[in-house]
Design a protein around this ligand. Structure first.
Ligand SMILES: [Zn+2]
Ligand SMILES: [Zn+2]
Length: 86
């Protein structure tokens, strides 16, 4: 979400825009498989939307292999979505 905010902030600036020319597209959240729910509540990875914005071209998170979980909880790199954000 942090990078997404930067993208929108500099969107109108043609010089800065060349550095952050990244497209984002919604991909199905792998943690909840698009249902928006996990563990009896809203999915922590997508906030209940079932999709997450992912920088294109979309890549699987290399840390968790797309599972969204690593070690004792959510993957810290992808936030549980299973997608590489950057
Ligand atoms: Zn989800
Ligand atoms: Zn991950």
């Amino acid at each position: 979400m942090y990078f997404q905010l930067i993208y929108f902030r500099v969107k109108g600036d043609s010089m800065l825009h060349t550095y952050i020319e990244t497209d984002y597209a919604p991909e199905v959240c792998t943690l909840c498989n698009g249902s928006g729910c996990s563990d009896g509540g809203l999915c922590k990875a997508c906030g209940g939307q079932g999709t997450v914005l992912v920088a294109q071209p979309a890549r699987i998170c290399h840390v968790c292999g797309g599972a969204g979980q690593s070690g004792d909880g959510l993957c810290r790199v992808c936030g549980g979505s299973g997608w590489a954000r950057f």
